[in-house]
Design a protein around this ligand. Sequence first.
Ligand code: ME8
Length: 651
Amino acid sequence: MQSKGKYYITTPIYYPSGRWHLGTCYTTVVCDALARFKRMDGFDVFYLTGTDEHGQKIENTAKALGRDVKEYLDAQIATLKDLWKLLGISYDKFIRTTDGYHEKAVQKIFTKLYEQGDIYKSEYEGWYCTPCESFWTKTQLVDGKCPDCGREVELTKEEAYFFRLSKYQDKLIELIENNPEFLQPKSRQNEMLNNFLRPGLQDLCVSRTSFKWGIEVPFDPKHVVYVWLDALTNYITALGYMGEDDSLFKKFWPAEIHMMGKEIVRFHSIIWPAILMALDIPLPKQIYGHGWLLLGSDKISKSKGNIIDPVELSARYSVDAVRYYLLREVPFGNDGMYTNRSFLTRRNADLVNSLGNLVSRTTAMVNQYFGGILPAPTQKDEAADGELIAIAEGLYEAVKENMDKLLVPEALAEIFKLVNRANKYIDETMPWALAKDEAQRERLATVLYNLIESIRIAAVMLTPFLIEAPQKILDCLSETVPQYFEGCVSFGVIKPGAQIKKADKLFDRIDVEKEIADIEKRLAEAEKAAQAKEEKKEPAAPVKAQITIDDFAKVELKVGKIVSAEKLAGSGKLLKFAVDIGGEVRTILSGIAKYYKPEETVGKSVVVVTNLAPAKLCGTVSEGMLLCAEDENGVVLLTPEKPVKSGGKIS
Ligand code: ME8
């Protein structure tokens, strides 16, 4: 089919936080439905998503876990990709900001902007936490202290590069005022104009020297590119901008839509167009800031057994139920409130009762009355059939109109109008009554044909939204999932004679009250278990004050060999050792009588602190200390892993 044009749609790039809950899936699922819809509608679609992988926080997290940063990221990204696969996200490209082509392109962009004077060098002033090596803005501080570790911070200056954002202020105001389509929904326009643009823009800090995990500024490598210049440019570098092959950029840029949650609209509607203006490339057609999925009384916590985890939700209630909930229940552009009850009720009402019931009742009747062969509609009745057929005939246009306006829940509501009308049609026409009267056989055939054809159209129109049910339904009708809407959304396409299989249950019915009671029980049990675990936990050993390498160098450690050992008279705890530390034999006392018989230790190589001030214990002077390790099983002497001569220095 001839392309209706191109359609480039993006989600933001995700932080590799590992804590992806139902809310985080919202942007990708919505974009997926739009991308799938546009593809079926005949557009050449490019759907981009990816991950935002630079910055101090990521470096700190990986280090705290004792992991190599890239290795840590690879594992996180694999998990995210698995989640997108599970949810059927049909992205065309997944960009990682650690991808080499992106890093090179960002360096070129930075250099270009610097050379043309849009980036300049100055000083950044911020609050610095020395132990965390992190800069914070005043608003990020918690009670004036580091938000990560709670320690004191210092006002510090750091050399940094700045992007001349202020230079674009007037152009940005003009853009938002004169192009109402650029920033949607409309409420976000006033927010940007009144809160940020009209009060005046400050230049934007685009480099840092206080951490390393970022893209090096090519002409000043002690700097790394800071946040937004790296993150936002993914939308063009993914297409090959400033790369080896920019054919995708030529084909797909500018984007039809950048979709995101409302908290990052500011960066997309102010910083991003300013960067594009500076690069002299066209602006995206639309920035859309959707609302948030808020959580009723449920906290987002997997450890507490909360079903807000999309993987768990999909496993228990199906991927389609998760997608449907996100697309149908959250008023697009506004916030939506998740509760277990709203999720389960919506699933039962629409997917089980309306759709599932319609398909199973109808396919069962075709099997019961016509041996599973679709009969021809030979006895039409305009009064009885007209409304159903009109809704089915007009469904594609109704859905398209809503999707074009990004009214996703409304588009789904149109499809369910048909599903519900078809259920009502069954009640009105009462096929089971027609079946009892041989004279009504043709009418029965027509009723069932109309129902099957309505189901087929509903399933085709559901294809961009759900990923399992439409295929299952169409399979029952011996139809395949079409690539395009064209040619399969008008009424009367399915041919009489088609084999109609009895539908298996599309969605299991769930007793909402029982399920909620179950969830609450599981939550309570998990919470109790977590609490018990917490109580059993030994209090963490207090962390000793840090020492410098110079402090450590003051301790002289040598390998020694135990020449003789005996119990120290008058002490139940101490053993008295003669230890050869290389040409000198020392008397050393150690409190390990409970763990070693004296004769067991003779001949062992041990680690000796040789410059410890002598101390008198039970009348005997100890001239050093033997190092031991301790755990719940007892105390052991430390010994070198391979034989080392007595007197061998330990460093
Ligand atoms: O912001 N409801 O990444 P991110 C709805 N890396 N949407 C939600 C949500 C919720 N409860 N929680 C998160 C970033 N999201 C940056 C973007 S783009 C150049 C850089 C959405 O991982 C959020 O609004 O924090 C955003 O659209 C997406 O998840 C990724 O958020």
